[in-house]
Design a binder for this molecule. Structure first.
Ligand code: ZN
Length: 349
């Protein structure tokens, strides 16, 4: 058993949808639900002690993944979002994060000290993340206000264009080197995040954007939820060159549990064995080193292996890694300590 601090979940999006349907998001998180993957009872059962929780605004024009006869697919990037509509939704999700905090359902953490204190108390340690910065304008005023409201991590793009940069489409097989890099506003965003102490998350950005962040950011490179392109050639996964850059910066890659990013055939199929997860961890450790690998489950955001099922099944992966030869020191790093090191660095602790 290893306590897991996880690099990426979409529970806020699920709770926001529940609230839109008239439900009580705090109650759903505290009491648990059969929906999705993550809530307090299932986190406790799987020893998931905390993680980065995304403010994510979905695209109304997102198309389904329909493979052709060869199993290949390519979903075009959805249209850019309207900023004001995105800001409204982002505020609603941030408000839910704060309601959970006030109710003691989770602790909204702004430092690794707060994370460790919440873990000791047995309260889920949440870190507020924005996945796709559409809610923020070029003047970055909203960034400062979100930071004051607890935002400590941000991805400039989800898989679509923003005024800061360009996302990678969901496509298999496909290369992440698609389209131009950061815009002038994007460079400004990265520098401002560095200064304020906000993680810059490279998940979903295209390859030119990745290299632009790599040469601009003064912090270790963070890719919260992606796997190895050499094993699963989806555009969202990381090429060996990108992994080398993450290793050189002493950054982190969080293993994504999405079956589309684990299986060699790139298919969405819950009957994906845990051995596929171990295979990606092995390759990540080989390429970036044991100090630069973490977990980034994508709970509530993806189809994950049925052998894991939901957050309650997280220790199935930990046990499989132990069986594959990872000792308790290595597992502690992969499961939480690497993430806590990265966050301490990004937050100027
Ligand atoms: Zn994502």
């Amino acid at each position: 058993m290893q306590a897991v601090f996880d690099g990426h979940n979409d529970v806020l999006h699920r709770l926001w949808s529940h609230a839109r349907d008239g439900g009580d998001p705090v109650r759903q998180f505290v009491e648990g639900t059969a929906e999705g993957h993550l809530d307090a009872p299932r986190a406790r059962a799987g020893a998931v002690v905390g993680g980065l929780s995304a403010i994510y605004v979905s695209s109304p024009d997102m198309q389904p993944r329909i493979p052709d006869e060869n199993g290949h697919y390519r979903i075009p990037l959805p249209r850019p979002l309207d900023r004001h509509a995105a800001l409204d939704t982002a505020m609603e999700m941030a408000a839910i994060a704060h309601r959970l905090d006030r109710a003691g359902a989770w602790a909204l953490c702004r430092s690794t000290g707060e994370i460790r204190a919440a873990i000791r108390k047995g309260v889920f340690a949440a870190v507020l993340h924005i996945e796709g910065a559409e809610a923020i304008g070029a003047d970055l005023a909203a960034l400062e206000v979100f930071h004051a409201a607890g935002l400590r991590s941000l991805g400039p793009v989800w898989s679509r264009h923003t005024l800061f940069g360009h996302g990678v489409p969901f496509a298999y097989p496909a290369d992440p080197d698609i389209g131009p890099g950061l815009t002038a506003a994007g460079f400004d965003l990265v520098r401002t995040c560095n200064r304020l102490g906000i993680v810059v998350d490279l998940a979903h950005i295209n390859e030119k954007g990745f290299w632009d962040v790599a040469r601009t950011s003064d912090r270790p490179l963070v890719h919260s939820h992606s796997n190895v392109h050499a094993l699963t050639p989806v555009a969202r996964n990381l090429t060996d060159r990108q992994l080398d850059a993450i290793r050189e910066s002493r950054g982190i890659v969080g293993l994504n549990f999405a079956t589309t990013m684990l299986r060699s055939d790139g298919q969405e199929n819950a009957a994906t064995p845990v051995s596929d997860m171990v295979r990606h961890v092995d390759r990540l450790v080989e390429r970036v080193g044991i100090d630069c690998v973490g977990l980034g489950s994508d709970f509530d955001g993806a189809t994950i292996p049925e052998a894991i099922g939901d957050a309650a099944g997280t220790q199935v992966l930990v046990a499989a890694l132990a069986d594959a030869g990872y000792g308790s020191d290595d597992l502690a790093r992969i499961c939480r300590e690497n993430w806590l090191r990265i966050l301490a660095d990004a937050w100027h602790e």
